[in-house]
Design a protein around this ligand. Structure first.
Ligand code: SF4
Ligand code: SF4
Length: 182
């Protein structure tokens, strides 16, 4: 593979956008592949995470933001801990997902539905309320009886009423700003 090393001064627009969004300098990535080698979900990705990093370096914005990988990433942070350049790769994936969400690029409809149920619960209570997330997700996704057999086990772990935190109005403002930001 050809070697392109972009310094901080020559970052393309997309790499600059990612740097501004996440604080991560993807130009330091030298394509060693350690992140991909440790990624437990790589077999389900359309592009391995190291290739996503390359897309950022080379300004392939459309390709990266339309990938399934950014939605299937579980934010497990294995990639971040393995990167010899100390790039927080998981944070870069999260940043890509946030940009894709704002631009309404949804390659994985169910994951978007879950993501929105999660954010809505956070906005309402200042913390997540699992039962509400499950209900919203199942209703909106149409998977009403998915994993119903797990219900009795899961129910023991769940709170039936949301626990609200102090400062939830501040959290709601943050989430609202995030969801509306273009
Ligand atoms: S954070 Fe995402 S990309 Fe990184 S190892 Fe985990 S699943 Fe793979
Ligand atoms: S581990 Fe770090 S340097 Fe290696 S390919 Fe992944 S992001 Fe690039």
């Amino acid at each position: 593979m050809e070697t392109i090393h972009l310094t901080g001064d020559t970052l393309n627009n997309f790499a600059t956008e990612i740097r501004q969004t996440t604080g991560e300098d993807t130009s330091r990535c030298y394509q060693c592949g350690n992140c991909t080698a440790g990624c437990p979900y790589t077999e389900f990705f359309d592009y391995p995470v190291s290739q996503i990093m390359r897309m950022i370096q080379t300004g392939q914005r459309e390709k990266a933001l339309n990938s399934r990988a950014i939605w299937l990433c579980a934010t497990c942070e294995t990639c971040s801990t393995r990167c010899p350049c100390e790039i927080d790769v998981a944070d870069v994936m999260d940043g890509l997902r946030n940009i894709a969400y704002r631009e309404k690029r949804f390659t994985e409809r169910d994951i978007r539905t879950f993501y929105e149920a999660f954010l809505t619960s956070l906005k309402h209570h200042g913390r997540i309320f699992e039962l509400e997330i499950i209900a919203r997700y199942n209703l909106k996704s149409g998977h009403l009886l998915t994993d119903a057999d797990l219900g009795p086990k899961v129910m023991k772990q769940l709170h039936f009423l949301p626990k609200r935190i102090k400062g939830r109005d501040d959290v709601a403002r943050i989430i609202k700003r995030f969801m509306e930001k273009k």
